[in-house]
Design a protein around this ligand. Structure first.
Ligand code: G3P
Length: 219
């Protein structure tokens, strides 16, 4: 399973990259705004800064909603760096834009997926990734993980190459459960990724090993 980090924070992207497990980065307009990145020139410079840190795969989201504007924006984003994957919302013109951009050899990530039907449409249009938002479904008492399972079944039934990029991850159990269900990729905040490291028995076990070593060495 690939690990992407879901942030526009350069320090956190560096930290995840330095851990040696990072396969990519996803951003969205809210995450960019959270970092105070506004204005076209600053946004473009920020995408370039992210691409300079990671080895591959940076999702950059369009902010337009018509077919014509989305393909123009998508083509401009894709030209910034070969690592860029254009993130397109799951709307009617978005599906058309995915089809068009895929035909031009531009990778796309269809975002704001909340149903299996939406994922199926995006895969039919040729999206490289679909991003089901499982945390936001959980937030409204709907089973987000069930959606990952349903999309996995559908894509496997027909051999769609579109990768399932589980998004809106809230914690380490989401990541583990996505791995059990066969999601191709998870994108998560740094805290959810580093929480995978933690187990109290690891901490107490290490403390005992080091104490025993020190005692045996007469320290
Ligand atoms: O980047 C898309 C998605 O991961 C957003 O997550 O936490 O805003 O629901 P969240």
């Amino acid at each position: 399973m690939k690990f992407f980090i879901d942030t526009a924070n350069l320090d956190q992207i560096k930290e995840a990259h330095d851990l040696g497990i990072l396969d990519g980065v996803t951003t969205n307009p809210s995450l960019m705004a959270k970092e105070g990145i506004t204005g076209e020139a600053n946004v473009i410079a920020h995408y370039k800064a992210i691409c300079a840190i990671v080895d591959a795969n940076v999702s950059a989201e369009v902010i337009s909603t018509t077919f014509e504007e989305m393909i123009k924006e998508g083509e401009a984003l894709a030209k910034l760096d070969p690592k860029i994957v254009v993130k397109i919302p799951m709307i009617k013109d978005g599906v058309k834009a995915i089809k068009y951009l895929t035909g031009k050899g531009i990778r796309t990530n269809c975002t704001l997926i909340f149903s299996a039907g939406q994922a199926l449409l995006a895969a039919k249009a040729g999206a490289s990734y679909v991003s089901p938002f499982l945390g936001r479904l959980d937030d409204i008492s709907t089973d987000g993980l069930q959606l990952i399972e349903d999309i996995r079944l559908i894509f496997d039934n027909y051999g769609y190459p579109t990768e399932i990029l589980a998004a809106s991850i809230r914690g380490p159990l989401h990541i583990v459960n996505c791995a059990k269900l066969g999601a191709d990729v998870i994108t998560a905040p740094l805290a959810a990724i580093t929480a995978l490291l933690k187990h109290p028995l690891t901490d107490s076990g290490l403390a005992t090993f080091l104490a025993d070593h020190a005692k045996a060495s007469g320290k």
